[in-house]
Design a protein around this ligand. Sequence first.
Ligand code: GLA
Length: 378
Amino acid sequence: MIVRKPPLGWNSWNTFGRNIDEKLIMETADAMVENGLLDAGYEYLVIDDCWAEMKRDENNRLVPDKNKFPNGMKHVADYVHSKGLKFGMYSCAGNLTCAGYPSSFEYEFIDAETFASWGVDYLKYDYCFKPMYQQGHLLYKRMGLALANCGRDICFSACSWGVDQTNEWIKQTGAHLWRSTGDINDSWQSVKELLMKQDEYLTTNGQGCFNDMDMLIVGMRGKGNVAVAGCTDEEYLTHFAAWAFLGSPLMIGCDIRNMDEATKKILLNKEILAINQDEAYRQPFNCGNHWWATDVKVWARFLEGGDIAIGIFNLSDNGADPFFSFDTLGINRSSGKALEIRDIIEHKTLGVYKDVFRTEYIQPHTCKMYRCKVVDAE
Ligand code: GLA
């Protein structure tokens, strides 16, 4: 299986943690369709940790919790599929899952077959309780190979948080996405911390094995399993736009059965999603800065067809008016070329610019995102 674009979907962990059951999953499937999320590309519905009985059955197979999933997982998967969605589940490379449930260590091939028999399309694979003398790369290779041979296409989502130099070996394992950093929580501080670590991963990200910056907190508003203070609408937008720009998988983490309009508007910004889902998926790069401030990020990405995306993220607590010079994008003065710049958050074209573009004053914790077309200079 080859995964050419960052997967988009929903995951139960951020809001629901242990409080998951068949009813929640089915209602969420309905909401993904009714709210237009599926149409916008969010196709995976993923059940995270805490879905299993504490003991395997007599054939060493994992068993869904009988109270939470009384009709078994195939029943849930069939419902999810009937809505046109894909179905994801969770296990772990160690002796227990992170929340202490049975895990796949030494049962990799059996579990891959079980997931396939239930109709699973996506497996998130965590890293808790790894036996100390086992090598992480080998454990992910085991599951990667088990999935590749289970008779069903299953997207393999590795979740070893970037530890043990994951970036050096993860592409050997068959993983289609890999968590490069630790867990997110519903606060601006967490968003900023994760973003400040991304510069070192810009070159390890790429098509076929995407750098997963963790599930989204957009719309959580301080409620749920990883809730802390919550964020403002502007901060949620900055978080979403940055994740999208850097090519992270986008897994919604809020309760989409009860989304407000501001949350929907952020998650359904089609021009931002188009950057995330660009056909070529070229690596982002730094193309500017703001004087001494290391927490004002100016990133660029070449898009398929010749356009250039620019993402400017003011993670600092001060206002900023950063710039980028076209020379850093490959457009030198003698080229005779200019850029037509479109603001894809406000959905308006700003005009044609030559040589340098300086933004207007950008408020703390907010962002700008542009799609630029190369045109002839006047
Ligand atoms: C780890 C992962 C989280 C979540 C929990 C579940 O912390 O990084 O994304 O899956 O485990 O227990």
